[in-house]
Write a protein that binds this ligand. Structure first.
Ligand SMILES: Nc1ccn([C@@H]2O[C@H](COP(=O)(O)O)[C@@H](O)[C@H]2O)c(=O)n1
Ligand SMILES: C[C@@]1(CO)OP(=O)(O)OP(=O)(O)OC[C@H]1O
Length: 157
């Protein structure tokens, strides 16, 4: 049994789609990054990489590599999951929190969980949990300058 944790932040800017958990959320701003900047899938990818002792997504998908410009983070997560499976792991559970003053995540969380459960080949829906919180208008997330996400993942053999 192995455990890993992940944390990621992306800036919110105008002129970008707001893609979180593989779902495009209607909003006036979106997340800035080399890839599609899916902060939730990046935190989950890092949690899995941490659990298998494989560093972080920056090591596997350098932001200096044009191959990952505009990359779909679902595809990055699929690659990370393949690494975990090659080492003989299956999903125990993943639990994640999105920290965003806005937009409201709750209506989209079931769809996000479906995407994550499909990629991580969850046998039961309860293995994937996504939560959201504001930071009560405090800090960069509270001012709407960016969105953060954190995740923990348990892998079993
Ligand atoms: N971006 C967000 C933030 C929060 N939620 C939901 O609202 C609940 C209350 O948030 P607080 O920060 O005031 O505790 C939270 O538990 C989430 O269900 C959301 O959907 N999107
Ligand atoms: C995913 C990668 C690669 O495109 O780029 P970004 O979208 O900027 O995301 P970040 O969370 O900074 O981490 C790793 C990067 O290498």
């Amino acid at each position: 049994m192995r455990i890993g944790q992940g944390f990621d932040v992306h800036q919110l800017v105008e002129g970008r789609p707001c893609i979180i958990g593989g779902i495009t959320i209607p909003y006036e701003k979106g997340l800035l990054g080399h890839s599609d900047a899916d902060v939730l899938l990046h935190a989950i990818s890092d949690a899995i990489l941490g659990a298998i002792g494989e560093g972080d997504i920056g090591r596997h998908f350098p932001d200096t590599d044009p191959a990952f410009k505009g990359a779909d983070s679902v595809v990055l997560l699929e690659h990370v999951w393949k690494l975990a499976k090659e080492r003989g792991y299956r999903l125990g559970n993943v639990d994640a929190t999105i920290i965003a003053q806005a937009p409201k995540m709750a209506p989209y969380i079931p769809q996000m969980c479906e995407v994550i459960a499909r990629v991580l080949e969850a046998e039961d829906a309860s293995q994937v949990n996504v939560k959201a919180t504001t930071s009560e208008k405090l800090g960069f997330t509270g001012r709407g300058e960016g969105i953060a996400a954190q995740a923990v993942c348990l892998l079993v053999k």
